[in-house]
Design a protein around this ligand. Sequence first.
Ligand SMILES: C[S@@+](CC[C@H](N)C(=O)[O-])C[C@H]1O[C@@H](n2cnc3c(N)ncnc32)[C@H](O)[C@@H]1O
Length: 257
Amino acid sequence: MVPRSVESLTPAWPSLPPLAHAFAAQLLAWLLTACIQILLGGATGWYWTMGQGLLAALVGRMFGLPWWWAPINALFAPAVIVAQVVRLDSWWYFGAFAVLLAVYWTTFRTRVPLYLSSSEACDRLAALLPAERAFKFLDIGSGVGTVLANLAPRFPAGRFTGLEIAPLPFLTSWLRGNWSHRFETRCADFWEEDLSAYDVVYAFLSPVPMTDLWRKAKREMRPGSVFVSNTFRVDGETPDSVIPLGGGRRSLYVWRL
Ligand SMILES: C[S@@+](CC[C@H](N)C(=O)[O-])C[C@H]1O[C@@H](n2cnc3c(N)ncnc32)[C@H](O)[C@@H]1O
């Protein structure tokens, strides 16, 4: 089963990114709020800003944005007002932007943000790996190295590699693994990696790249190797096994090539 936030993605304009939908929602909410204010004879007050936010959240949902955009849309206008009142030094904004950029990097293009595999997912993955035999494991989009740091110490015969494109998660993973020689993380784009070198490839990405990634896996991975996707299925491709996680709210999908 796929989480609701993913199932319910039916964007109003499928060719446009979520940011464009959010922008349209904000604009429409501003226009509606301004019209109501004019109709009421130019009424003003902080509650109008809150109202605009709530309206933007509602319109965003109607435009097909996932639920987690609702608080972002609702708090955007109030945050702009607060920022003007508080008058923070502009370096704070630059700092916040720099940190977000280092964490999320090209998420606006890849549509794969950072979130981490649970320890339960790591335990279920561990059950799929050979206990004695040597093998090569790849985490594509390895984030801060959560899966690699969990699995590498348990499998001395395994060789664990992660590829991460965003600088701050990469650096964190590199510090966790490369220094201690427990696992290797490279700052690289997984689309450039030849998957034929690996026995197990693990992906926890988003619905967006899954079809292309499956084509790549079929093209490059060796017969007998294993492809595992956390949460996100491949449309039209029945997995060889489905391992429920979180009481059945998510799953690991396992394909044997
Ligand atoms: C959902 S996180 C998963 C992190 C980790 N695998 C885990 O399970 O905890 C996905 C990660 O993939 C990274 N990513 C997205 N596209 C990528 C690409 N083309 N090459 C390398 N990493 C990518 C993102 O920066 C993000 O950190």
